[in-house]
Design a protein around this ligand. Structure first.
Ligand SMILES: [Zn+2]
Length: 152
């Protein structure tokens, strides 16, 4: 079984740990009570309710991205960003203190990576593990009946 999978947001290709449902950028767009519902239905192995909660989360994320594409559809750019901060800003980037990196519109991802000089080093651009908001998942379809919390 692979250790990573794509974010469950259908429009997102972020590779994340199999223990997470959504990438951190999308997970933070899910309201806290729905996050709790996803977490709890998962914990209780309530498959149908979990699917329903994921479906609602997808709808909410899609709405938020329509309302604020700048804020939602971004990628985190880290590394030696200080020398090119003005260029990153010009690409529509916003400094994210919590992540110690720049949130750049997804459409500008390659341009931003080239600026920072790590276009050939995608490993340097991994999304941070957002522990506060990260429930543990083992959610692949084959193992959905065997979901369990891991490491908590
Ligand atoms: Zn995502």
């Amino acid at each position: 079984m692979p250790d990573t999978h794509e974010c469950l947001m259908t429009t997102c290709t972020a590779q994340i740990s199999k223990h997470l449902a959504f990438c951190p950028a999308h997970w933070r767009l899910v309201p806290r009570d729905l996050q709790t519902e996803i977490y709890e239905t998962h914990r209780l192995n309530d498959r149908q309710s979990w699917y329903n909660a994921i479906a609602r989360a997808r709808t909410i994320i899609a709405e938020q991205e329509r309302n604020s594409p700048q804020a939602a559809a971004t990628v985190l750019i880290t590394g030696d960003t200080y020398p090119v901060k003005d260029q990153l800003k010009a690409l529509g980037g916003v400094w994210s203190p919590a992540e110690k990196g720049w949130r750049v519109p997804k459409a500008q991802e390659l341009a931003a990576k080239v600026l920072v000089g790590n276009a050939d080093n995608p490993g340097a651009l991994q999304l941070p593990f957002d522990d506060e908001y990260a429930p543990a998942y083992d959610e692949t379809a084959e193992t959905i009946g065997d979901r369990r919390r891991i490491g908590r």
